[in-house]
Design a protein around this ligand. Sequence first.
Ligand code: KIV
Length: 272
Amino acid sequence: MLDSNKDYKKITTNTLQEMKNNGEKISMLTAYDYTLAKIVDGAGIDIILVGDSASNVMAGHETTLPITLNEMIYHAASVVRAVDRCLVVVDMPFGSYQGNSLEALSSAIRIMKESGGHSVKLEGGSEIIESIQRILTAGIPVMGHLGLTPQSIYKFGTYTVRAKEEEEAEKLISDAKILEETGCFSIVLEKVPAKLAKRVAESVSIPIIGIGAGADVDGQVLVLHDMLGMTHEFNPRFLRRYLNLYKDITGAVKKYASDVKTKEFPNEKEQY
Ligand code: KIV
């Protein structure tokens, strides 16, 4: 029987599998700091992704490539301190797992030990399978990431929709099956045609979490700062903005600046 939106106490990888089995959609958002992670966790989101999008959103880099393992651990530890209920997935940054599987394992162990995160995410399919296997052998849950993989931006040269051609679509489905067989607990599927995403979600039994992958997958993820409208220059079709914080924060900051200049702030009640 469908047991939708059950009040799960703590989300684990088993809970997520249970959700897929029961047809309950999984909600996932990014967070990179304590304050926003506290809000996201308290609001009942299932998974927090400490994404390497922190490279863009928090540090202002053009791509996700520059963020370091130490920086990811710093962000993840801040998020973990805020969380009571969510499963925390931490992105392994570019350069921390591509060299060889031993390097991948030692990076994953650092993330788990130093941040307290609950699992790691790596971009790629068959080409990184040895690294995934070794990390899993150490008892660390792994989330895969297929479709648009931003760490490979210089290989593809563009952030456009992936796997529109059948050959690439077949490779993607085969990679999803390999990730499942290897033991990944879930896969993020980024920016692929909705029909293909549906095929992928039906081809594997683990949860597929989409971003720009349509509605027929097992869950959705967005970058928190994008869906809150704090960023305003990034406008892909898949992004729904739930607030326009760019406008609201700008308004509040302007009002504060003006209040200071005109001596409206602080008033008598706001002093000692
Ligand atoms: O880093 C990130 O925010 C991500 C999401 C886009 C899935 O990987």
